[in-house]
Design a protein around this ligand. Structure first.
Ligand SMILES: [Zn+2]
Length: 224
């Protein structure tokens, strides 16, 4: 006879249903129920580092920002599913390792800061949190000195975005002679990493590359 505390299957199902009602969880990529991330979506987050050159800057990205990958990144960034940092971190790490292979001269990783409105809304910083999960240290030397025009930014083309970004970041530390890699989450037109590069070079840095977790299909066309 089974011990009294073993729940029979109907009770297990009822309990799971009750828990789902209290704390519903579904795969961040495809929405499959009862999982933080399903096996198929976890496979889609396996890093596939791609190198491209954007306006003379070497950019390494680990994932393609579309479909389930985009959903998972959005769940992490916009819906506060911080546990996904552990799932996304290895991809960022793989891209960092391509940008800075063993034996390469060391470089400081500098995170692109969140916009002031993003920081207020979330209360945490997606890029540095992701870097920690990737096992790398990201410096927070860059400051947003002028908010981007984010509400209309999605409708701007590449040149308009670059103009809107120009002068929006400033580096608050002297980086004279330091090799630096820019770190960001999603690469779209490249205007943000280029603005980060400009601000870091103004502070004396030699910007050797940028690393982003994921690149939109648009980013691939911009680089081509
Ligand atoms: Zn899934």
């Amino acid at each position: 006879m089974p011990p009294a505390f073993v729940l029979r299957p109907p009770l297990v199902g009822a309990l799971r249903g009750a828990l789902a009602a209290v704390s519903p969880v579904s795969c961040a990529g495809c929405g499959a129920p009862d999982l933080e991330l399903c096996g198929a979506c976890r496979d889609l987050l396996l890093p596939r580092p791609v190198e491209a050159v954007h306006a003379g800057l070497r950019v390494v990205t680990a994932l393609r920002y579309e479909f389930e990958v985009r959903e998972a990144v959005l769940a992490y960034k916009q819906r506060g599913r911080l546990r996904l940092a552990a799932e996304l971190g290895p991809a960022l790490r793989a891209a960092v390792d391509v940008a800075l292979p063993p034996g390469a001269p060391p470089a400081l990783l500098v995170a692109v800061p969140p916009s002031p409105s993003g920081r207020r809304r979330r209360g945490w910083d997606p890029v540095t949190t992701l870097a920690r999960a990737a096992g790398v240290t990201a410096s927070v030397g860059l400051l947003v000195v002028r908010p981007g025009r984010s509400s209309s930014q999605k409708r701007l083309d590449r040149e308009q975005r670059a103009r809107a970004r120009l002068g929006s970041l400033r580096c608050r530390v002297d980086l004279t002679g330091r090799r630096v890699v820019v770190l960001d989450d999603v690469l779209t037109t490249g205007s943000t990493v280029q603005e980060a590069r400009r601000a870091l070079e103004e502070a004396g840095a030699e910007v050797v590359a940028a690393v982003c977790l994921a690149a939109t299909p648009l980013a691939a066309r911009v680089a081509a």
